[in-house]
Design a protein around this ligand. Structure first.
Ligand code: FES
Length: 576
């Protein structure tokens, strides 16, 4: 029978191909006979069925334009598998798009990871190719594959092309937010914003800046889970199709050698991935996702380690939202290899990759770099430290983060009066009210958008109140227990842990309290005494939300906090 235990490694007598994971009829010979009869109904020959079976997780969906090139990728992946002597079998799983998932894509990431893991376990395959792209899909697939334990390789759909609005280059979604801010401030009118809307997404593929999708693509390559050079080719290019073909061929070799995710995604590999996350000015969401993926393998990523790495890892990529370029420019500049060459002294070069060679060997064979403007050298960084800093204090005893590379330097040492919104509904109701008592140097606080509070939506990018936006205010200190899109920027404190919905200190912040942010000291503090806070806890105790049934019941009962990756507690190995 199939060995489906966590982190299984291939043994000599383990069943392979169609012999794996037979359906339980109490007669294994009959089970195989029946399976073959059915698959032959689709026209397969015994010759084809005797080959290593390579599963392909197909996340194509009309609701997911970021995966709009899925048919071409699957065709190329299959070609690669067959050229290498394998049998490709694609199968559907859940697909999640950021703008088509309600209430938020984060609510569904763990469900997709469970779907991915269980379909890998349930169906006979010797290796699996995971095709994802949009923000939550790659983390979900890597989490699922890490738990399933068979050889696995990541392919991403690739970034979209940039568009042009009145001769200005634009791309989702940093420019989406920039233009929407202008619209809110009455700087552009209805017709202009409609024209912008037509240009922001110029093709299928993932967001064209260093948002969460691009971040996870780079991080997956740095982890060693993707063919070298696989992160950067845009969705509609020949390079992307060639990466897909190489992915197919590599998966067959992995099936034969039994190269499982636990041999690739080691503690050292996660450190490499964190270095890359910091050096690309990557999405804050990358921290949560990497923590969740590592957690599936029994590896605890600590925020303190992230911060320590950040102090010695500068931001070197000049991409929006921290810089000026787009993903297609990064690809033209040599992609991730150009960055890894610069980071080489800081990397563990002996980590394994899907090719069966180490990161150092792959880097060596990629050859020398060439002059380009997107990847900076150590002596000329975009930002002298890593993109993300970890904050602590009585407002976030278990940590919070800020994307310092995309924050306003004038606000990073700031003390201000709290203007509190109790939840998203309260925010929507009052943020643009001209009667709102708010000034530019106040601190906007949004509660109840943490994991259990609201499935952690990307609402941490609290809009600037309209009356201040009209007066020219572009940024304010904002604090919440939610997330922010990787494409957004501003002086925004996120992932405050523990969250307000389970009684974290954020729950007890009141209008008029003073809040101090010091990125230099890594501090986020509520300037209220312990005695007063204890009094507020007694006065208005917080009840953890529950749901009577279904997936929401499971979610609210078992979801962990941001510092544990917002995974379900029962999906992490039981020994950590
Ligand atoms: Fe899919 Fe941005 S919405 S990557």
């Amino acid at each position: 029978m199939t060995n489906t235990s966590d982190k299984s490694n291939k043994k000599k007598d383990d069943p392979t191909g169609l012999h794996k994971g037979l359906t339980s009829y109490g007669d294994s010979g009959f089970s195989l006979f029946l399976r073959k009869a059915f698959v032959k109904g689709a026209g397969f020959t015994d010759n084809a069925l005797d080959r290593p079976v390579i599963g392909i997780a197909n996340t194509g969906s009309a609701f997911n334009p970021c995966h709009g090139n899925m048919p071409q990728l699957i065709e190329a992946v299959k070609r690669g598998v067959m050229l290498a002597g394998g049998l490709p079998m694609d199968f559907p799983t859940i697909s999640i798009h950021e703008s088509f998932a309600s209430p938020t894509s984060m609510y569904l990431r763990n469900l997709m990871s469970m779907d991915t893991e269980e379909m890998i376990r349930a169906q006979p395959m010797d290796a699996v190719i995971l095709i994802g792209g949009c923000d939550k899909t790659v983390p979900a697939q890597l989490m699922g594959a890490a738990s399933a334990g068979i050889p696995a390789i990541q392919l991403v759909t690739g970034s979209m092309l940039t568009g042009s609005y009145r001769s200005e280059r634009v791309g989702a979604c940093t420019d989406c937010r920039r233009f929407w801010g202008k619209y809110r401030a009455d700087e552009i009118n209805d017709q202009e914003i409609a024209e912008v809307n037509n240009q922001l997404v110029a093709s299928v593929g993932t967001c064209s800046v260093m948002g969460t999708a691009s971040t996870m693509a780079c991080v997956a390559e740095a982890l060693g889970m993707m063919v070298p050079g696989g992160a950067s080719p845009p969705a509609v290019t020949a390079d992307r199709i060639r990466v897909a073909e190489r992915t197919g061929a590599t998966a067959v070799a992995m099936a034969l050698s039994g190269l499982t995710p636990d041999k690739i995604m080691t503690v050292k590999a996660f450190e490499n991935a964190l270095r890359v996350l910091l050096a690309i000015g990557g999405s804050t969401n990358g921290v949560i996702h990497l923590t969740a993926i590592a957690g599936r393998l029994g590896i605890d990523l600590s925020l303190d380690r992230l911060d320590a790495l950040g102090r010695e890892t500068p931001v070197l990529i000049d991409l929006k939202p921290s810089g000026q370029f787009y993903m297609e420019d990064f690809h033209a500049a040599g992609g991730l290899h150009a960055l890894l060459r610069e980071l080489k002294p800081l990397l563990h070069l002996d980590t394994m990759t899907v090719t069966g060679r180490t990161l150092g060997e792959e880097l060596e064979s990629a050859g020398p770099g060439f002059p380009q403007a997107v990847v900076r050298s150590f002596s000329d960084p975009i930002y002298p430290q890593g993109g993300i800093a970890v904050l602590r204090g009585n407002l976030a005893p278990d940590g919070a983060i800020i994307k310092q590379s995309a924050a306003n330097p004038d606000l990073m040492e700031h003390e201000g009066r709290a203007v509190v919104f109790e939840n998203i509904e309260d925010l929507v109701l009052r943020i643009d009210d001209d009667a709102l008592d708010v000034k530019a140097d106040d601190v906007l606080v949004l509660k109840h958008i943490g994991p259990t509070g609201a499935s952690m939506p990307e609402a941490g990018y609290i809009p600037i109140p309209k009356k201040l936006a009209r007066a020219g205010v572009k940024d304010m200190v904002r604090v919440s227990d939610g997330r922010m899109s990787g494409t957004a920027g501003g002086t925004i404190v996120l992932h405050v842990t523990p969250e307000s919905a389970i009684g974290g200190p954020l729950a007890y912040v009141r209008n008029g309290d003073r809040i101090r942010l010091s990125v230099k000291k890594r501090e986020i503090s509520l300037l209220v005494s312990d005695e007063e806070l204890a009094r507020r806890v007694l006065e208005s105790p917080v009840m953890r939300p529950t749901a009577p049934r279904g997936y929401r019941h499971l979610f609210l009962k078992t979801v962990t906090q941001a510092d544990k990756g917002v995974d379900f507690d029962f999906l992490r190995p039981s020994d950590i």
